[in-house]
Design a protein around this ligand. Structure first.
Ligand SMILES: Nc1ncnc2c1ncn2[C@@H]1O[C@H](COP(=O)(O)OP(=O)(O)O)[C@@H](O)[C@H]1O
Ligand SMILES: [Mg+2]
Length: 253
């Protein structure tokens, strides 16, 4: 089982778009995939289901509630081979209470959940859509990821956000750092600032995906249609770019 965490300390950098499309493409190509929404804003959850009735949520996992025998309890996404562990606002109160009471139980439970799933052998890939901050869920995600994928726009704030996150990740104990970290440039256009920002990132010490995800209105449209890009508009620039990105993700995996 391979665990991909999709993260950046900044919002609006294409994390959810990348997580949803990566998970959907992996499932399309035959893998059994679990998409975990670790962001209390639950955008990835909304992409697939309205409301979270039925299966367990990530909040349940962190609280140690509910059986984690996944076949019975994990929500289907409505797509073949793709399951969803939804987020809800409960994640926020959980983090607050963890801060107030100084507990790390949620962190450990998340780890146990992933371990148990790895041992079950029912899932090939886990894709975790992280919030733009350190929370019990996102720290556990980073600590358990085989690969950290950092979508970033090329404006200076986004670039800094990604570098700051990397510094924090590097300060985690060695056992808790992902084996590989790669930056994915998103929402790129033909402007000079876009080109220059990309060059700055490539000149840095962190690996950057060769593929750059171009900006395209179809990405916003696809969120309304609740469809991955390959289905909504397979020939649009961002859809083609996400296919090339998938190729890179799988090439050495
Ligand atoms: N390649 C792209 N081209 C155009 N718009 C995009 C692209 N990627 C993401 N967006 C849009 O930008 C906004 C933020 O993207 P999102 O994936 O939700 O970011 P995050 O999860 O990092 O906050 C959304 O409205 C999304 O539809
Ligand atoms: Mg998001």
């Amino acid at each position: 089982m391979k665990v991909y965490a999709i993260a950046n300390f900044k919002g609006g950098t294409g994390k959810t778009t990348t997580a949803v499309n990566l998970a959907a493409m992996l499932a399309r190509d035959g893998q059994r995939v679990l998409l975990i929404d670790a962001d209390a804003q639950h955008n990835a959850t909304n992409f697939f289901i309205l409301g979270t009735e039925g299966g367990i949520t990530l909040t349940d996992v962190l609280e140690g509630l509910g059986e984690t025998v996944w076949e019975d309890n994990i929500s289907p996404s409505g797509r073949e081979r793709l399951w969803l562990l939804p987020a809800d606002m409960g994640l926020l109160s959980l983090d607050l209470s963890a801060i107030l009471h100084g507990t790390t139980a949620g962190f450990r439970r998340f780890q146990d959940f992933l371990d148990a799933m790895g041992q079950d052998g029912e899932i090939d890939s886990v894709v975790i859509d992280c919030p733009p901050s350190f929370t019990a869920a996102s720290v556990a995600a980073l600590a358990n990821a085989d690969e950290l994928i950092l979508p970033t726009r090329v404006d200076d704030n986004s670039r800094r956000g990604v570098l700051e996150l990397l510094e924090q990740v590097e300060s985690l104990p060695r056992t808790a750092t992902p084996a590989r970290c790669r930056i994915l440039v998103t929402m790129a256009d033909r402007s000079n600032v876009s080109k220059q920002g990309e060059e700055l990132l490539r000149a840095g010490r962190v690996e950057v995906f060769k593929t750059v995800i171009r900006r395209g209105i179809a990405v916003d449209e696809a969120t309304y249609a609740r469809q991955p890009l390959y289905e909504y508009k397979p020939k649009c620039a961002p859809a083609l770019d996400y296919e090339a990105f998938l190729g890179e993700v799988l090439a050495d995996g």
